[in-house]
Design a binder for this molecule. Sequence first.
Ligand code: SF4
Length: 240
Amino acid sequence: MLVQKKETDLKELVENLNFREKVDRSLSLIDEAYSKYGERLVVADSLGKDSVAVWDLAKRVSPKIRGFIVTTRFKPKETIEFMNETVARYPELKIYRNDIEIQDELYKTDPDKCCDLLKVLPTRQAIEEMNVECWVTGLRCTEGRTRTDFREVEERDEGLIKLNPILIWKEREVWQYLALYGVKVNPLYSLGYRSLGCLPCTHITTAEDERAGRWIGTSKCGGECGIHTRPLKGEKKRKA
Ligand code: SF4
């Protein structure tokens, strides 16, 4: 199918396609993948603005598309309330959470380990239990320094296609979509957050980088929790 050729110039697409063309492209990507993978296509919904846009796009392709949410004990109460409202409306979204005992303030001493235990492991579990062959994310290449090296369709783990249907959208276009289609968002955005995560690792900043408020004061600052960078379908099978 649709594994994208490396030479595709993402920057050109980011700058040269207009809003309507980007929406149509995203719908086509999801539609094409859904035709191929059917119920084995599953949306990963982080409950952030990008994810809710992708979830809305997916529902326009087919109301039957399923999804999963990975939550942690450290999510802000607003996010938990938003999650509960979302799942009440869409019971086809399954919640995953790792309640394993961890060291106090592990997010300060070893945030990589904390994310690995609380985010990456439940994501792996979701992918396995939901029998996923194609997972759909809200990743965008203009979001920050760690997000420039992705493609719209990738196979980072053998046997697991990753579809990033809004990879070429700008932050402004996400808000444009959410406003135009009346999609509800996490109320934390109204306080000034631009990227949402767990409470101790998410801050409001005025920095240009959209993810600059994540993991401030650690080596992970502005970085990734690991679900987009760590293997999700077994270390041995991971492609270089
Ligand atoms: S974002 Fe912070 S609290 Fe949440 S899992 Fe990662 S390190 Fe732990």
